[in-house]
Design a protein around this ligand. Structure first.
Ligand code: ADP
Ligand code: MG
Length: 627
């Protein structure tokens, strides 16, 4: 609640609207205790007194009644009717929507067709018809306004409820033996209340206007009772000769509706968690580049040469150094593994290569990524887009979130191809089937028309791979593609990747936290810790003799089949937070062999032949021997 108020207050317009609204409501509440003239006493000798005249601050109307008093009492009445109508409409509409959405089937059909019938009439006509049937009067106007707004709430809430009614937590409640009523009250309602509040806060203003409209036509409040609409209606005949009689209620209506709408928008923004996290602020098409020093030249001649890549997240006044100077190189047809704990910067490194890190907050602050001799960091967006998918393709961890839930997988494959070249319908279909066959999906001809939710996790990940293959890329970057899968499926996916690599000459950058996977697939492996590479070498060398204590400890965490009984050692402590990296070795706090020197100054990545280690005292003591 406090967080909500703080967020609301941060929105200047909403705050202003809230303050104005609070003042108006307060005045309306205080009206009976203020010493105002009687709003209904006529005094025809003092008709049409102007504003600021003696004894009548806002003047008098055509019957000599005090306008200030009528305005206050009228505002009170209009607000009360508007709020009451909103609450009635929201309660009824929400109840109808929840029941229709929760029970579904025939209940849903009958209720919603009824709602549709109400919606088929224009708002104000329907309200007029209802008042005509019930007879004029403020209470009947309230009923009419509430009734015409019920369908709006019912539709809205039904939509939300349908989305929630089959979520896992509702199924769990059902399995726990809760009755439908209990489920609706304890599981569904809390999830739709924010939506109800949002819908209400944005429609109250509208309902006050509708009530005023009915009163204006003489169907709402009856003389001598004042509400804002009837005041306007009575002043209509003197609009030209004595405009202040119309302006006074008119300005009040404007103030009320404006402030309610501003406040309503603010409430909506503050209640929507996606807006809170800034997720609706649109990221730029490519990561922002702000390189502080000159672009390094590529050292090797590999297909992909990464030098000193630095990616940071600038959040408010904090700087998270997610990637702090990473060097990588990948040859054609080679498989490079990147391994490290969660949070070590693997994904950010991979996304930086093609400028895919969301900006804001991501910024690439240094380094170069040479693809076939061309620097991609800072390349124009058009060039990057052209290369994404065609030269460098990605496979992500969770294919359910990368595949569009509402399109058939075949169509999504065709779309991936179309992003880079135009292709006919039949040809596209054939190509989609061919791709599915390439990733060994059985019955590819039938599966091509499946929706993602009709496939198992392993199948979906195969589709993810097929999509990455769609444009025959040279490099596939696979970011933990098997982490969400079980072991047998993981083995199948790895075999597919390995075969594809050999048959198509693909280079693969395989990101994982599992040494078993690295051993199966990769030629070379780079170990990452706190945004930097701490060790690199051929898979065989590293598996046989890890040099960096971190690598050694990572491997000690992996159980070995047939390796006899061995204690599995977890690494104590946590990786450092990347906005406060310690000086010296980032692993020092968790290292068993740490010495004072480890905590001072930059520790270089030492190269011995094909092997690189960022440690002063590597495991086999090779460095000490060399010195
Ligand atoms: P992993 O190795 O598990 O793939 P990531 O590359 O996703 O790790 O993350 C590296 C670091 O970057 C983490 O410490 C994470 O907290 C930080 N990070 C990632 N995205 C953001 C972001 N949008 N804002 C701030 N920090 C981020
Ligand atoms: Mg990751």
């Amino acid at each position: 609640m406090r967080a909500f108020l703080i967020l609301l207050a941060r929105n200047r317009l909403a705050l202003a609207g809230g303050i104005v609204m609070a003042v108006v409501v307060l005045l309306a509440l205080l009206t009976p205790v203020l010493s105002l003239a009687d709003p209904d006493v006529t005094d025809t000798s003092n008709r049409f007194q102007p504003i600021f005249s003696e004894g009548a601050l806002l003047g008098t109307d055509h019957l000599g009644r005090d306008l200030l008093s009528r305005l206050m009492w009228g505002t009170r009445l209009s607000l009360a009717v508007g709020f009451a109508a909103a609450i009635v409409a929201a309660t009824l509409g929400a109840a109808i929507g929840i029941i229709a959405g929760f029970y579904g089937g025939r209940t849903d059909n009958i209720i919603m067709r009824g709602v549709d019938m109400l919606m088929a009439f224009p708002y104000i006509l329907l309200a007029l018809a209802i008042v005509a049937a019930l007879g004029p009067g403020l209470f009947n106007a309230l009923i009419a306004v509430a009734a015409v707004n019920v369908p709006f709430f019912a539709r809205n809430i039904r939509g939300i409820t349908v989305g929630i009614a089959h979520k896992e937590f509702v199924d769990a409640a059902r399995l726990a033996g809760l009755s439908n009523t209990r489920i609706i009250l304890s599981e569904i309602l809390p999830n739709v209340v924010p939506v109800i509040v949002i819908a209400m806060s944005t429609t109250i203003g509208w309902m006050i206007l509708e009530t005023a409209g009915l009163s204006f036509l003489g169907l709402g409040s009856q003389p001598p009772q004042a509400d804002l609409g009837s005041m306007l209606g009575e002043a209509r005949s003197a609009l030209i000769t004595n405009p202040h009689t119309s302006i006074v209620p008119g300005v009040m209506i404007l103030i009320i509706v404006m402030s309610i709408n501003l406040l309503g928008d603010g409430v909506r923004d503050a209640l929507d968690p996606r807006l809170k996290s800034g997720a609706l602020s649109r990221p730029m098409a490519a990561t922002r580049v702000d390189r502080r020093w000159p672009v390094p030249e590529p050292v090797g001649k590999g297909l992909l040469e990464v030098q000193g890549l630095e990616t940071q997240f600038h959040v408010k006044d904090r700087v998270y150094r997610a990637v702090g100077g990473v060097d990588l190189h990948v040859e054609t047809g080679e498989c490079l593994g990147i391994i490290g704990e969660s949070g070590s910067g693997k994904s950010v490194t991979a996304l930086s290569l093609m400028g895919l890190v969301a900006s804001p907050p991501g910024v690439i602050t240094g380094g170069a990524v040479h693809y076939d001799g061309e620097d991609l960091i800072g390349a124009p967006y058009g060039r990057l887009r052209d290369m994404r998918g065609r030269n460098v393709a990605y496979i992500f961890q969770d294919p359910l979130s990368t595949l569009h839930p509402l399109y058939r997988v075949g169509d999504q494959l065709i779309e991936a191809i179309r992003a880079h070249r135009s292709i006919g319908k039949a040809e596209g279909q054939a190509k989609a089937v061919e791709l599915l066959k390439a990733v060994r999906i059985p019955n590819a001809e039938q599966r091509v028309t499946d929706y993602p939710h009709e496939m198992s996790g392993g199948m979906r990940q195969r589709v993810g791979i097929a999509m990455a293959l769609a444009n025959d890329p040279d490099i596939i970057i696979a970011d933990e593609p098997t982490t969400a899968l079980d072991v047998t499926v993981q083995a199948q996916i790895l075999t597919i990747l390995d075969d594809l690599r050999r048959s198509r000459g693909l280079a693969i950058v395989f990101i994982t936290h599992d040494f078993g996977v690295v051993a199966q697939l990769c030629d070379r492996v780079a170990v990452m810790y706190a945004g930097r590479i701490v060790e690199e070498g051929s898979t065989e060398d590293i598996l046989q003799a890890p040099r960096h204590p971190y690598t050694a400890r990572l491997m000690a965490c992996v159980p070995e089949l047939g390796g006899g009984k061995r204690r599995l050692e977890a690494i104590g402590g946590l990786p450092p937070v990347v906005d406060k990296l310690p000086e010296g070795c980032a692993f020092a706090d968790r290292c068993l062999k740490v010495r004072p020197e480890c905590r001072a100054g930059e520790i270089p990545l030492d190269r011995v032949g094909d092997r690189k280690v960022r440690c002063l005292y590597p495991e086999d003591g090779a460095r000490e021997a060399a010195e």
